[in-house]
Write a protein that binds this ligand. Structure first.
Ligand code: FE
Length: 138
C-alpha cells in the first residue's frame, strides 16, 4: 500500500469543486441520478477523485438499481478501506480511500455473487479512466 496522503482542509478545498469537497472530505452524499458515473458502461478503472488511487474496475460494476455507481468488489482486496458508521441513526459501513481517507460511499450486504456486497459509491468521489486512454498513454 502506498504511503498515506494527508492534507489540510484548505488544501483539499482548493483542489476540487465545492460539491466534491462536501462529499469526499465532509462525508456528503450526492443526490440520486446526479452523479456522472451511475450509468457509465465503459471499460476502465475508477480512481479516487482526491488522490488518484485505483479503487474499482468497470468489470465489477453492476446495475444495482440505486442510481449511484455500484460495484460488487474493489479492484484489489485492500483497495478500499471500510469503517463502521453509526451516523444518521443507522448502522452502516463507510467506504474510504485507504490512501487519503476520502469518503467514497457505503458498503451494503445486498450485492450480487460472488461477494454479496454492494459498494454504493458517489460519482464525485471517483474519477473514471477509460481503458483505451490507459493503453494510448503507454
Ligand atoms: Fe484517495
Amino acid at each position: 500500500m502506498s504511503d498515506r496522503i494527508e492534507k489540510s482542509d484548505a488544501e483539499w478545498r482548493s483542489e476540487m469543486s465545492p460539491e466534491q469537497y462536501r462529499i469526499t472530505r465532509q462525508k456528503g452524499t450526492e443526490r440520486a441520478f446526479t452523479g456522472a458515473y451511475w450509468d457509465n458502461h465503459a471499460r476502465g478503472t475508477y480512481l479516487c477523485a482526491c488522490c488518484g488511487l485505483p479503487l474499482f474496475s468497470s468489470e465489477t460494476k453492476y446495475e444495482s438499481g440505486s442510481e449511484w455507481p455500484s460495484f460488487w468488489a474493489p479492484i484489489a482486496p485492500d483497495a478500499v478501506a471500510t469503517v463502521s458508521d453509526r451516523s444518521h441513526f443507522m448502522q452502516r459501513t463507510e467506504a474510504l480511500c485507504p490512501r487519503c481517507a476520502a469518503h467514497l460511499g457505503h458498503v451494503f450486504d445486498d450485492g450480487p455473487r460472488p461477494t454479496g456486497l454492494r459498494f454504493c459509491m458517489n460519482s464525485a468521489s471517483l474519477r473514471f479512466e477509460p481503458a483505451g486512454d490507459e493503453e494510448a498513454s503507454k
